[in-house]
Design a binder for this molecule. Structure first.
Ligand SMILES: NC(=O)c1cc2c(=O)c3cc(F)ccc3oc2nc1N
Length: 332
């Protein structure tokens, strides 16, 4: 149906249908990595929506997929004070460090505890705030208490939902990252344009989120994995493992390779498994995050000035130089 023949009433109805259809396709593509339609079908519906919104700008909505492409050029990033501090993690570099952590935790908890293990995505920590299910603010970690308001850039990250599946008010934390493929493609384009290349995907993601021109941020194929609920709102999860599933149910992307481990030996097996599999992943990881699974025990253990007592980051040793050389050969 050609849009210029549509009355405002027909255009209102049709744009609502298109938005729902396109947002569902985008969710399948960007959040579930499971596209159900060919790109040309998405593009045709998207073009129809753009034409309707051009004819009737009053029909543009907060969650229209046409608002994801950026276009604002900011003068700078305002400071944001986090309602809940964004801590860092203590590091472990050996199995012995891990056994020490487990011993400390069991002593403080007064009983054996189970751990939720997650891949440690090598990106940029972000905090996302939602009010009644709508994305209202996104910020960097900064110094843990004050970060930068990068809401406009994060609106262009397709896996970040503009509207949640539930109309709840919640603040969530996660990692914004660039995939190895997007990183190689970006560096190749920069090299061909005689620009400096980024040293690694983390720097590329950080540089992209610091762009004042949101169109540039939008072009960088950034992605996310959410892993923490800072301000619970009405979320019901009582463990980290369940919280990750709830984040997915709300419309966030959370990493599927999490594992619930009953013993530190199981944790170590998971670490060795992903140290092996690291190069097969579509994104870079610099280790494994091990968290006491039960939120009540997390609350008992609390935080030191800098970090939670109930979590630790096992860091993989830096990859050998040969792998880096291979990566350069692959990139070229
Ligand atoms: N890079 C990551 O993939 C990742 C990072 C963190 C944190 O930085 C982190 C910091 C805290 F104070 C508490 C929990 C956390 O959980 C985390 N979980 C993850 N999966």
């Amino acid at each position: 149906m050609s849009e210029k023949l549509l009355t405002l009433e027909e255009a209102t109805e049709r744009s609502k249908e298109l938005r729902q259809q396109l947002n569902q396709y985008a969710f399948e593509y960007y959040d579930e990595d499971n596209p159900t339609v060919e790109d040309y079908i998405y593009d045709r519906l998207y073009t129809e929506l753009v034409q309707i919104e051009t004819t009737y700008p009053e029909l543009i909505t907060f969650d229209s997929p046409t608002q994801r492409v950026g276009g604002k050029v900011l003068k700078g990033f305002e400071k944001v004070t986090h309602s809940v501090q964004m801590y860092s993690l203590n590091d472990a570099f050996s199995k012995e460090d891990l056994l020490d952590f487990d011993e400390r935790v069991q002593k403080l908890a007064g009983k054996p505890v189970s751990y939720c293990c997650e891949l440690k995505i090598d990106g940029l920590a972000i905090s996302l705030k939602y009010e009644n299910g709508r994305f209202v603010q996104g910020a960097t970690r900064g110094d843990g208490n004050v970060g930068e308001n990068i809401t406009e850039n994060l609106k262009t990250v397709k896996s970040i939902p503009m509207v949640l599946k539930e109309p709840i008010s919640v603040e969530v934390r996660g990692e914004c990252y660039m995939s190895k493929q997007a990183f190689a493609q970006l560096n190749q384009e920069r090299e061909e344009a005689g620009q400096d290349v980024f040293a690694n995907p983390r720097n590329a993601a950080a540089g992209s989120l610091r762009q004042l021109d949101t169109k540039i941020a939008s072009s960088r194929q950034l992605n996310t994995f959410l892993y923490t609920v800072a301000d619970f709102g009405p979320m019901k999860a009582e463990t980290q493992f369940d919280a990750l599933n709830e984040l997915s149910a709300l419309g966030f992307r959370s990493n599927p390779k999490k594992k619930l481990c009953e013993t530190i030996e199981e944790v170590w097996a998971y670490i060795e498994e992903f140290h092996e599999k690291r190069s097969e992943l579509a994104y870079e990881i610099d280790g494994i995050v091990i968290k006491v699974n039960d939120f009540d025990i997390q609350d008992e253990l609390g935080f030191t000035v800098k970090a939670p007592r109930w979590a630790i980051a096992y860091k993989f040793p830096p990859e050998e130089a040969k792998t880096i050389v291979e990566e350069i050969e692959w990139t070229i």
